[in-house]
Design a protein around this ligand. Structure first.
Ligand code: SF4
Length: 424
């Protein structure tokens, strides 16, 4: 119901969003932006966390090589389409991407050789993966941005989350990564884990900042209905913070971060330096490579098949592994863009005008009027900046978006390798 109201309020439409099964001609690849990012999905993990909604399978060594060959094949399929483009970033996520570090070396070398790229490369790391050998390899490939999935320094909570390491392992890995002097070390911290007290969150934050890292990504555990965590919480009747407490937590996070000299640079991230940021989700356009990867450019948003076997099979037939496509209307594209700018915490009116040749406040009168009336944002020159209250509202919307939209798309994609039609 919430999503229905939002769709009507923002887009003024009652029709649902439609993803169509991919067929040739549905996407106009000539429209790929001149500057575009690449996302590479590595869907292998050594253990599976019960709260995880992402596309992943248990790691098998022999599959890794097959998967790498498929990634190269997919890149070849994009070679002509990206020939005159400038690749402005590469992010590698998963899964646990470093499990395939040797395979990734080959993939990155291929991109450097065949495409126009010499920018930053970001990768997610699981704490137990960190060692000198791995870090040397990452440096050699050209990785500059690291996101370390810490979640919490509390051993019991780590166990509950199915994370296979302890506080000691985290400390060791952060210290070692810092020796290698990457451009950005981001640490992921999770809040609202069942049984967590506000003191525990304060401890995790202070502990993370004590290592003088570059960025912290701090976000609440979103329990996707499709995950085992949802079942566990319901069965064991575990309690979590309510919306009111979550708002209080956001204020505490702000206070502690500022005290340590970190400024909020998006709804969920705080950085020491404005120029360096690990930000895989806020890029305006990107091509996703791998099983379950998504792509976005102009008015096309599409997802590859999540199924590993089908992914490998289809690229070996020299076909793109695209499963479903949402061809956005101009208005939907605008709102998609605004959604991610709200995540950044700042909406630049001039950028909107440049991209869409329109005045965003005229285009979304009701939305911006609501933002003004309810103090969701404040206006400064050509920027619309989310207030603390606005940030809380965004948190709420993001949660609804994850539970009602993403959960539906990902759950179905995990069950069906090829989908004919999906309405949301
Ligand atoms: S390590 Fe990350 S991707 Fe793998 S199961 Fe856990 S949360 Fe999911």
């Amino acid at each position: 119901m919430v999503t229905d109201i939002l769709r009507r309020l923002v887009l003024g439409k009652k029709e649902k969003f439609i993803f169509k099964g991919y067929n040739d001609g549905l996407i106009n690849f000539n429209n790929i932006d001149k500057d575009i990012g690449i996302y590479i999905h590595i869907p292998f993990c050594k253990t599976i966390c019960p709260y995880c909604p992402y596309n992943k399978v248990l790691y098998k060594k022999d599959k890794a090589k097959e998967y790498k060959n498929a990634l190269l094949k997919e890149l070849i399929l994009y070679k002509d389409k990206l020939a005159d483009k400038s690749i402005n970033s590469i992010y590698i996520g998963g899964g646990t991407p470093t499990l395939l570090v040797d395979e990734l070396t080959e993939v990155i070398e291929y991109i450097k050789e065949k495409f126009n790229f010499n920018k930053d490369i970001g990768i997610e790391i699981y704490p137990t993966e960190v060692n000198n050998k791995l870090l040397k390899k990452l440096k050699k490939i050209g990785i500059t941005l690291i996101s370390l999935g810490v979640q919490t320094f509390d051993n019991d909570k780590l166990k509950f989350l199915g994370r296979d390491y302890t506080k000691k392992d985290i400390e060791k890995s952060i210290k070692l990564i810092k020796e290698y002097d990457f451009k950005c070390l981001d640490v992921d911290i999770m809040t609202n884990i069942p049984g967590q007290a506000i003191n525990d969150i304060e401890y995790d934050l202070k502990k993370a900042y004590s290592y003088d890292i570059d960025q912290i990504s701090i976000y609440p555990l979103i329990v996707f209905p499709m995950t085992n965590m949802d079942r566990v919480i319901k069965e064991k009747k575990l309690t979590r913070f309510n919306e009111f407490k979550e708002k209080k937590i956001l204020n505490i996070i702000d206070k502690i971060s500022n005290k340590y000299g970190y400024k909020r640079n998006s709804v969920w991230t705080y950085g020491k330096n404005d120029d360096i940021r690990y930000t895989s989700v806020t890029r305006e356009s990107f091509i996703g490579i791998g099983a379950g990867a998504s792509s976005l450019f102009r008015n096309f948003f599409y997802l590859n098949t999540f199924n590993l076997e089908e992914y490998i099979k289809i690229v070996n037939k020299d076909k793109l592994p695209i499963n479903i496509v949402n061809v956005m209307s101009e208005k939907e594209k605008m709102i998609f863009w605004l959604f991610w700018r709200c995540y950044d915490g700042v909406i630049d009116k001039e950028r909107f005008r440049k991209l869409f040749n329109k005045d965003m406040e005229k285009e979304f009168k009701l939305l911006f009027l609501t933002m003004k009336l309810f103090n969701i944002a404040k206006w400064k020159d050509s920027k619309v900046i989310l207030t603390n209250w606005g940030r809380y509202i965004y948190h709420y919307i993001e949660k609804q978006y994850s539970i009602h939209y993403l959960n539906k798309v990902w759950e179905r994609s995990m069950k069906e390798p090829w989908i004919d039609k999906l309405t949301l």
